[in-house]
Design a protein around this ligand. Structure first.
Ligand SMILES: NC(=O)c1ccc[n+]([C@@H]2O[C@H](COP(=O)([O-])OP(=O)(O)OC[C@H]3O[C@@H](n4cnc5c(N)ncnc54)[C@H](OP(=O)(O)O)[C@@H]3O)[C@@H](O)[C@H]2O)c1
Length: 269
């Protein structure tokens, strides 16, 4: 299978490297289309496949085309590539907010998979939600899922609306985690720890809590109950956070992200 990645930026490069690292494909089967000449030269040096500057030289050979350009660039791209696309080609789009229907209509094709990865994909710890148009066959879907899985975990969603929801949870989610970590680091510094001590204390606490959670069947609340002894320090912290409605604020933040994802989707770019 010939894979063409359109856009050799952060995500395009992440995918190319992840596919090759996992040996799911080889350099001979990888093509990258990149419009920036500087980036194209730098990509060519990385030995991740053949790098092209003109869609005519690569698009017709592709079985799978991965659309990894910024959403605001897709209409210009579609004008360039529409005359070259073929009905049997599968398109995988990771462009935020661009709907399957816009891709089908913009390119005059039917087989579209839409995925929403997140930043930890760069280190193989990503979370990707994906869905597909009904014309994508089961085999094509499994093939693409295997490719996406090289960057972390995946979840298939039936309804495209859940791509917006996944954008609000796992797409923007790393920022929520860093926000919480940052608050804890501020607290640590306020108690007299140095910058590096604060980073160590907080980073390892997050890592440990997540690993422990992943290794058991206990819910977050059950874990909180376990560590909150009556009259103790954790109970005091949890009481204060509940009073300040930190939990509800995080839910409200995620809902604002969902509303924005829906709004951006309606813009149609
Ligand atoms: N980064 C993330 O964590 C993340 C998460 C989820 C989804 N996404 C989605 O992933 C997509 C890519 O994001 P990114 O961060 O990788 O962007 P990026 O670093 O800007 O990469 C996009 C690349 O595509 C190139 N490009 C633009 N138009 C092109 C064309 N017509 N032909 C060939 N190449 C073209 C750009 O070149 P120029 O620089 O010269 O314009 C750039 O090198 C976006 O749609 C974003 O919504 C990203």
């Amino acid at each position: 299978m010939q894979i063409l990645i359109v856009g050799g930026g952060n995500m395009g490069l992440t995918y190319a490297q992840s596919f090759l690292r996992s040996h799911i494909t080889s350099q001979e089967n990888m093509m990258i289309l990149e419009k920036s000449i500087d980036k194209a030269f730098s990509l060519a040096e990385k030995e991740i496949g053949t790098v092209y500057g003109n869609p005519k030289d690569c698009l017709p050979q592709a079985d799978l085309v991965i659309l990894a350009v910024k959403p605001q660039d897709y209409t210009t791209l579609f004008e360039q590539i529409k005359p070259l696309v073929q009905e049997q080609q599968v398109f995988l789009s990771i462009m935020a907010g661009v709907k399957i229907q816009s891709i089908q209509e913009g390119l005059g094709i039917k087989k579209v998979i839409r995925a929403m990865p997140n930043l930890p994909a760069q280190i193989g710890m990503g979370m990707t939600a994906f869905t597909a148009s009904e014309e994508v066959t089961r085999i094509e879907l499994v093939t693409v899922q295997n490719l996406l899985s090289t960057t972390g975990k995946t979840v298939y969603v039936e309804n495209e609306d859940f791509i917006d929801a996944a954008t609000a949870i796992s797409g923007s989610g790393p920022a929520y985690v860093w926000y919480f970590m940052d608050a804890m680091m501020s607290a640590a510094r306020g108690m007299g720890f140095s910058e590096s001590e604060a980073e160590l204390l907080v980073g390892q606490t997050f890592r440990g809590a997540i690993e422990l959670y992943n290794k058991t069947d206990l819910s977050c609340q059950e874990w909180i109950d376990r560590v909150s002894s009556k009259g103790g320090t954790t109970e005091a912290a949890m009481k204060k956070m509940r009073q300040l409605e930190v939990h509800q604020d995080i839910v409200a933040g995620a809902k604002a992200a969902l509303e924005r994802a829906v709004e951006l989707g309606k813009l149609g770019w």
